[in-house]
Ligand binder design. Structure first.
Ligand SMILES: Cc1cc2nc3c(=O)[nH]c(=O)nc-3n(C[C@H](O)[C@H](O)[C@H](O)COP(=O)(O)OP(=O)(O)OC[C@H]3O[C@@H](n4cnc5c(N)ncnc54)[C@H](O)[C@@H]3O)c2cc1C
Length: 442
């Protein structure tokens, strides 16, 4: 069977993370035919972590990574940069589901992803501007959020995880604003400059691992004992193939009817004079209330910036409009003003949208889906951790290694089939709107 891409990825808006970096010359695109042991489709967290793990396991293995655009253009280079070790949602009922043992299990998986990132940071000699193991805050903006903070602490007690509770005064000393009513700090999250991180990972490959940018996989099919991937100006023949292009896998007809394509949005301010406000110059906070707003203060030489991330939209066609970015931007502006009134007049410089792939039952789409074809897809919005881990697991599985991590990923149930259209769009849109409405200013 031949799998043909019906569509290629599109990344809308200008990611502030990329704009903050010096220009980079992308790796050359593929011209001609190459024969390798493993081909990886997609240069995000999943794909590049898979390539790194492959080369760790066998430094002589020939690997080709195909990235449709330039590294860091996709969701991996435009996210909020939280590599989170603990289950993500704060409310006890949304803590991440499952029982205590299952949660410990998840935490161990997340920490394996963090270990890959930490090794890379050490190898590269990165400073805190790219890789900062500083932990994160979950901040509340009122009584609803405060309740979530307390219930999250109780859940952390059950799994013996460290945290510190902050009252309004204490969190104000960190954030420089009196807007937050309470917070919980957990030390294990690593904060990255996502575009710098993924560029660094991409640029670490040499020798038998070759990365081809601006090289979309247009089609692939099995030919004898290998897979042949066609690109605009070439082809790759490989014994094994890892599909790490997240929701875009569906454009090849794979995982049709199980992936929910949800977009989220971010805005980043211009650099401002740090003396305009108090607090620490670098901190990162996710919302205590699910579906709330992520905030990061980013210290820079030319001044500090704030990142505001909120809004979710369901986009089954995997396309968003400039209008959607503008509308999300207006929400960001309101949330920014409400939190940081002392920065009146500081404008947003960059705004962007990015894709995530979720499944109905929150499981990844993982495994050997055809002989020699492995998928590491659908990391349910926490891809810095989960896509990294699934990339590692896919690499191990592709080399026939039955590791603990591979067992964990193989043990997930299959993604649940989505309801038919138009019920799906109506239901998903209503659900997101309801949750956003109940999040209010959070
Ligand atoms: C604004 C925003 C904030 C977020 N914040 C966080 C956060 O703080 N922490 C967190 O854990 N997650 C966050 N996420 C989610 C996270 O970014 C994703 O879960 C993650 O990027 C998924 O990684 P991935 O490698 O699976 O997919 P992607 O990052 O989407 O990478 C897939 C790559 O495949 C390429 N590709 C697609 N089709 C082809 C093809 N045919 N041929 C070749 N290449 C192809 C794409 O160009 C892309 O580069 C956020 C997302 C957004 C949008």
């Amino acid at each position: 069977m031949k799998f043909v891409a019906s569509k290629l990825p599109q990344h809308l808006g200008q990611s502030g993370w990329v704009q903050m970096l010096p220009p980079r010359t992308p790796r050359a695109s593929l011209n001609g035919t190459v024969n390798v042991d493993v081909v990886v489709i997609g240069g995000g967290f999943a794909g590049l972590s898979a390539a790194r793990r492959l080369s760790q396991l066998d430094p002589k293995l020939k690997v080709a990574v195909l990235e449709a655009g330039e590294i860091a253009e996709g969701a991996t280079g435009r996210n909020s940069g939280f590599i989170i070790d603990l289950p993500h949602e704060v409310s006890s009922e949304d803590y991440g589901g499952g029982e205590t043992d299952e949660r410990r299990h998840d935490i161990k998986v997340h920490r394996m992803a963090i270990a890959l990132a930490r090794d890379l940071a050490v190898e590269k000699g990165w400073g805190k501007d790219i890789f900062d193991p500083c932990g994160k805050y979950n901040v509340a903006l009122g009584p609803q959020g405060d309740k979530h903070v307390v219930s999250y602490a109780k859940e952390l007690d059950k799994v013996n995880e460290a945290y510190r509770l902050f009252d309004a005064k204490e969190i104000a000393a960190v954030t420089g604003t009196t807007s937050f009513t309470s917070a919980i700090f957990t030390p294990g999250t690593v904060i990255i400059q996502p575009a710098a991180y993924i560029r660094g990972l991409a640029d670490s490959f040499s020798g038998p691992v070759r990365l081809f940018e601006n090289t979309p996989a247009l089609s692939f099919e099995r030919q004898g004992s290998s897979w042949c991937v066609k690109t605009p100006n070439g082809a790759v023949n490989a014994g094994k193939m890892i599909l790490a292009n997240n929701g875009q896998a569906q454009n090849f007809g794979i995982f049709r009817g199980v992936l929910l394509h949800v977009y989220t949005y971010a805005s980043m301010t211009e650099a401002f004079d740090p003396s305009l406000m108090g607090g620490e110059r670098s901190w990162a906070a996710t919302p205590a209330f699910p579906m709330g707003t992520t905030v990061r203060r980013v210290k820079g030489e030319e001044g500090d910036r704030f990142l505001i991330r909120s809004r979710y939209t369901y986009n089954p066609t995997m396309r968003v409009s400039e209008g959607a970015i503008e509308r999300a931007g207006r929400v960001h502006d309101r949330k920014f003003e409400a939190r940081f009134p002392m920065l009146k007049g500081v404008r947003m410089q960059y705004r962007w949208a990015g894709a995530m792939a979720l499944t109905w039952n929150g499981v990844p789409a993982f495994g050997e889906i055809e002989p020699g074809l492995f998928a590491a897809i659908a990391c349910n919005g926490v891809g810095a951790t989960k896509a990294t881990a699934s990339g590692i697991a896919a690499a191990e599985a592709a080399l026939g290694i039955d590791s603990w991590l591979v067992q964990v990923f193989k043990g997930f149930s299959a993604p649940k089939r989505l309801p038919p259209q138009p019920f799906l769009t109506i239901g998903a849109t209503a659900n997101l709107s309801m949750k956003e409405w109940s999040a209010g200013l959070e």
